[in-house]
Design a protein around this ligand. Structure first.
Ligand SMILES: C[S@@+](CC[C@H](N)C(=O)[O-])C[C@H]1O[C@@H](n2cnc3c(N)ncnc32)[C@H](O)[C@@H]1O
Length: 289
């Protein structure tokens, strides 16, 4: 640990932020690599005469910050970690950086099932870093889940994240195409969740460098109209869900009505579009008959 005066650190912080970048990315850098949490930083603003203890020196932190600014590399990949809800998750370029809007999926599940409901068997299709499944598995130790992904490298990260964040054993990880790894659980799921790749091809081409050049294409691209994977997941869901089981999907900002229609065409009831915190119809939910 390197001791540094609060005033020196605050001066350095101001200099780094004046070069560009956003404060949240800076917080990821100083917490995940520097070992200074956002609350430490807030305390320092009140008591700038305090000393700080850094895991890495300022030159090293500055080199990461400059790489981030110069090459548009996501700070989370450079630091190897990110924050999501109350979790700290390892990430690399094999997994999508979990987005804050996706955090609401966990609240939707908690609202439908209640935190105390004893038994719940859920599956998440396309788990990436494992964020959603790990949050659900931690929400209730009596719930059991299976998290799947087509990419074994992503599942390796998700498994590490589960072990790092939990001492429980109520989540398993299977590799394969959407529902395929769940053959043995046909008709047994109370809940299936997915934040599948849903970006339409033309939109994908126009994504920012930070996303397009670094995040996995397989995690983002949803075919010509963006609905290729969503369609397949909805069409096959009735084979895997219990009667009255729930399906919860995240979709692109303008896909809500189309996804709702797909739910209805496939005989789902109680179909609803749920807004994210910006008022965008980001999620579609329904139950199978
Ligand atoms: C939008 S990311 C979501 C990741 C994570 N659940 C989250 O919310 O941050 C979509 C995930 O689906 C996975 N995926 C893509 N195609 C798939 C397929 N055919 N079968 C299973 N998973 C797939 C990707 O590897 C990626 O991890």
């Amino acid at each position: 640990m390197l001791s540094i005066s609060g005033k020196e650190f605050l001066f350095w912080k101001k200099k780094q932020l004046s070069k560009g970048g956003d404060f949240q990315s800076f917080v990821v850098l100083i917490d995940c690599v520097g070992g200074i949490s956002e609350s430490d930083l807030n305390l320092l603003m009140i008591n700038p005469d305090d000393n700080l203890f850094l895991k890495k020196n300022l030159d090293y932190l500055e080199s990461i910050w400059e790489d981030h600014l110069l090459n548009s590399s996501p700070i989370q990949y450079l630091c190897g970690e990110t924050f999501w809800r109350d979790l700290k998750l390892k990430v690399n370029d094999k997994v999508l950086i979990p987005r804050s809007e996706t955090e609401l999926i966990v609240d939707i599940v908690l609202k439908i099932f209640g935190k105390k409901s004893k038994k719940l068997f859920f599956a998440e299709l396309g788990t990436g870093s494992g964020a959603i499944s790990i949050a659900l598995a931690l929400a209730n130790p009596f719930w059991n889940g299976i998290a799947t992904d087509i990419d074994q490298d992503a599942l390796d990260i998700a498994t590490k994240n589960y072990k790092y964040n939990s001492k429980q054993s109520n989540l398993r990880f299977y590799c394969g195409h959407w529902w395929n790894p769940l053959e043995a659980y046909k008709g047994k799921l109370d809940l299936a969740i997915s934040n599948p790749p849903y970006i339409p091809k033309k939109t994908y081409e126009k994504l920012s460098k930070e996303v397009k050049n670094f995040e996995p294409k397989i995690a983002l691209l949803g075919g010509t109209d963006g609905l290729k994977h969503i369609r397949e997941i909805i069409q096959k869901a009735p084979f895997y869900l219990k009667k009255r089981g729930w399906l919860i999907l995240e979709n692109h900002f303008d896909q809500g009505e189309k996804v709702k229609q797909l739910f209805i065409e496939n005989k789902f009831t109680s179909v609803e579009i749920v807004n994210d915190l910006s008022g965008i119809g980001r999620f579609t939910i329904g139950r199978y008959k």
